[in-house]
Design a protein around this ligand. Structure first.
Ligand code: F1P
Length: 362
């Protein structure tokens, strides 16, 4: 029998909690070596392209919050095109390259630049230990179990991000976080992950995604990088316009696009919830449609959410953010199917971007 439309992608989405288990084993079994990469490190730069640039943003906010090591996410190209804007004034930097393939040209060039010009150490996190990026980095954490047949990244994203979160948990210095509890929450994510994927899958059947022509994703703190990745998934899979903003930024111009055909998804944070709910009420008043994803609803949230996805896990917000992504991966997948798109063959995209040399440029 031939392959079903989108089969590779949907399998990767549905099976991701099993892949998280293998990620947890790899990080925990190699903990000593992995943590040695961070000895005497004062700054961390996360870098990558596409999804993995957005993972860099999410990783930097989680990493700094937990470890108190100043951290930043930058696109790989900025490292060799504008190095002073990334490195000037920094000492003892670890550059962490996030790349599923390890073959993306900008990522490889960024690592070469760091190796040849800075004296800083580099760490590869991705799925291919023999790739150019992995071979050029000083350290590597190969997550071979997270490889995907699909072009768009789903389970590799959440697995690589989980690896970063586990490392941050082990290096945790934030007194507000109980690191043992945080690590336990991460190690148990596959269980609620499975249940939630099932729940989202059923809930999405009653969402009329066909009618929406524009998707907006809002998130603050731990959820901004997740909002950006959601925006990219919607573009790559369903070929629809999509945007991502820090939650409260939506008031400052972007709200002008609102109509009932625009679906605004809000990832509610614990700290910002009152402000985020207030903005969601405004979005409703201005005629937008709303999907709220949060840990727990309530009267106020119910009143402003057209659709509500509750995780209901009792997991702290910095540990549960990857549980929000499968909802959007499934939304994008279903929106694509409703348009007759085969997401396994996404328009204009390849597994990674390989560029020819351009003469006389950095
Ligand atoms: C990065 C990437 C993907 C994107 C696209 C092209 O690849 O930009 O994020 O979905 O298909 O490649 P990699 O560096 O993680 O291998």
């Amino acid at each position: 029998m031939g392959k079903q439309k989108g089969e590779f992608t949907i399998n990767a989405i549905l099976n991701q909690p099993d892949t998280w288990k293998s990620t947890i084993n790899i990080v925990e079994n190699n903990k000593k070596d992995i943590l040695s990469c961070f000895e005497d490190i004062d700054h961390v730069i996360f870098t990558g392209c596409g999804s993995n640039y957005y993972m860099s943003l999410a990783s930097a906010s989680h990493f700094q919050y937990l470890t108190w090591i100043p951290s930043r996410g930058v696109p790989a190209s900025e490292i060799y095109l504008n190095p002073d804007t990334v490195f000037k004034g920094l000492k003892n930097v670890l550059v962490i390259s996030l790349s599923r393939s390890g073959e993306t040209t900008e990522v490889v060039k960024a690592i070469d630049f760091v190796n040849n010009n800075t004296g800083f150490k580099t760490l590869y996190i991705g799925c291919y230990p023999e790739s150019m990026a992995a071979r050029s980095c000083f350290y590597k954490i190969p997550l071979t179990g997270a490889r995907e047949k699909s072009v768009v990244t789903t389970k590799s994203y959440t697995s690589m991000f989980l690896a970063v979160q586990l490392i941050a948990g082990h290096l945790c210095r934030n007194k507000e976080i109980h690191s043992d509890k945080y690590l336990e929450e991460l190690r148990h994510l596959p269980e609620p992950g499975k249940k939630l994927i099932d729940k989202y899958d059923r809930a999405l059947k009653s969402l009329c995604y066909e009618k929406f022509v524009h998707f907006v994703f809002l998130g603050s703190g731990p959820f901004y990088g997740i909002a950006c990745e959601s925006m990219l998934k919607m573009k790559e899979m369903a070929l629809v316009p999509s945007d991502a903003f820090h939650f409260l930024e939506f008031r400052h111009g972007p709200k002008s696009i609102l109509s009932k055909d625009v679906l605004v998804t809000g990832f509610l944070s614990d700290t910002g919830a009152p402000y985020e709910i207030d903005l969601t009420e405004e979005i409703k008043r201005l005629g937008g449609s709303t999907l709220i994803i949060c840990e727990k609803g309530g009267a106020e949230i119910n009143a402003c959410a057209d659709v509500l996805f509750e995780t209901g896990t009792n997991i702290s917000e910095y540990a549960r953010s990857i549980l929000y992504l499968p909802a959007i991966q499934l939304l994008a997948y279903n929106k694509a199917l409703s348009k007759g798109i085969d997401v396994d063959v996404p328009k204009n995209l390849t597994h990674y971007v390989s560029l020819p040399e351009i003469n006389n440029v950095p």
